[in-house]
Design a protein around this ligand. Structure first.
Ligand SMILES: NC(=O)c1ccc[n+]([C@@H]2O[C@H](COP(=O)([O-])OP(=O)(O)OC[C@H]3O[C@@H](n4cnc5c(N)ncnc54)[C@H](OP(=O)(O)O)[C@@H]3O)[C@@H](O)[C@H]2O)c1
Length: 281
């Protein structure tokens, strides 16, 4: 843990906390870098991570520690930012490492998961020490494009760490899970809706009417090829990760008693794009 001489708020965060990032992928390295001015150190855990992550951490000038257990023991704040399907497992690793300690780190789950997954994560820690986070926008290296939404009792303490950084941190009034709910609803628009282009194209090709479909879409003012190109450009090599995000979004929608089929179908589309059994264009 960092020097706690300057404990400044109800969340009991030192003025210059040690922040652990699990893990410095595209978004994690940007978050870690953004926190360097406020943190006494930003650490990452090398065990099991690829060369790509290692390189990102090096470029962002983060401090390497051997593994998640060591990171959890040293950190005042742990930020989980990993593929959504791994969020619960990562939280479990941190909980195991700090079990029995007087004061566990603040645990921020910043992944694209459902409120139900956040609830499960909260059962692993003291609920007041868990913050739900969700990033909307690209990995931020400059201000103005990306918001980190936060909810939970300790959300204001986490938000203050980002003052003046490229991430605009905003605290939601709702309970723990509100940030993830917002992200899941938003993801229906950005990630579920565009999969319709992939499905209608594949179906039309199967029926031998693709050129006719293209012409009809064009006649109505749309552009099938441009829409497919936009989907390909955005999903790219992230399709496997977006499948997990769409599963979590579906759980979020279903928990409100609403039809979740579009998000489940989007998850399946991204799984097939990832394994090559569905092609765009
Ligand atoms: N990138 C964006 O524009 C964006 C925008 C909004 C929200 N987000 C959210 O940010 C999170 C991470 O996205 P990202 O773009 O940073 O992904 P990324 O670049 O693929 O990075 C993911 C990180 O997690 C690690 N990882 C991979 N599999 C893991 C597993 N099974 N268990 C634990 N860690 C694992 C990776 O390590 P290895 O290198 O070893 O695989 C890497 O360090 C996601 O929840 C996503 O929804 C991203």
């Amino acid at each position: 843990m960092g020097d706690d001489a300057g404990v400044s708020n109800a969340a009991a965060l030192p003025d210059r906390p040690v922040v652990g990032i699990l893990h410095p992928g595209a978004m994690g390295s940007a978050l870690g870098s953004a926190l360097k001015p406020r943190a006494s150190a930003v650490v990452w855990a090398a065990a099991g991570r690829s060369d790509v992550t290692s390189k990102r951490a090096e470029i962002a000038d983060l401090v390497g520690v051997p593994d998640v257990a060591e990171l959890a023991r040293r950190s005042d704040v742990v930020i989980s930012i990993c593929p959504p399907h791994a969020a619960l497992d990562v939280a479990g690793q941190v909980a195991d490492a700090v079990r029995g300690r007087d004061q566990a780190p603040l645990y921020v789950d910043a992944n694209a998961v459902s409120p139900a997954t956040v609830e499960k994560i909260a059962t692993l820690f003291d609920q007041d020490r868990v913050v739900d986070g969700a990033v909307i926008g690209p990995a931020a290296w400059e201000a103005g494009r990306t918001v980190l939404w936060l909810s939970g009792t300790a959300a204001p303490a986490v938000a203050s760490l980002f003052d003046g950084s490229p991430f605009a941190a905003k605290v939601l009034d709702g309970e723990l899970g509100a940030a993830s709910a917002l992200k899941a609803c938003f993801a229906l628009h950005t990630k579920a809706l565009p999969t319709i282009w992939a499905v209608m194209t594949a179906a039309a090709r199967g029926y031998g009417v693709l050129d006719d479909l293209r012409a009809e879409v064009s006649r109505m003012g749309g552009d099938l090829d441009a829409s497919l190109a936009a989907l390909a450009g955005k999903s790219g090599d992230r399709a496997w990760r977006w499948a997990g995000e769409m599963d979590e979004a579906a759980d979020t929608i279903a928990a409100q008693g609403l039809p979740d089929g579009m998000s489940r179908a989007a998850a399946e589309v991204y799984r097939r794009l990832a394994d090559g059994s569905l092609e765009l264009g």
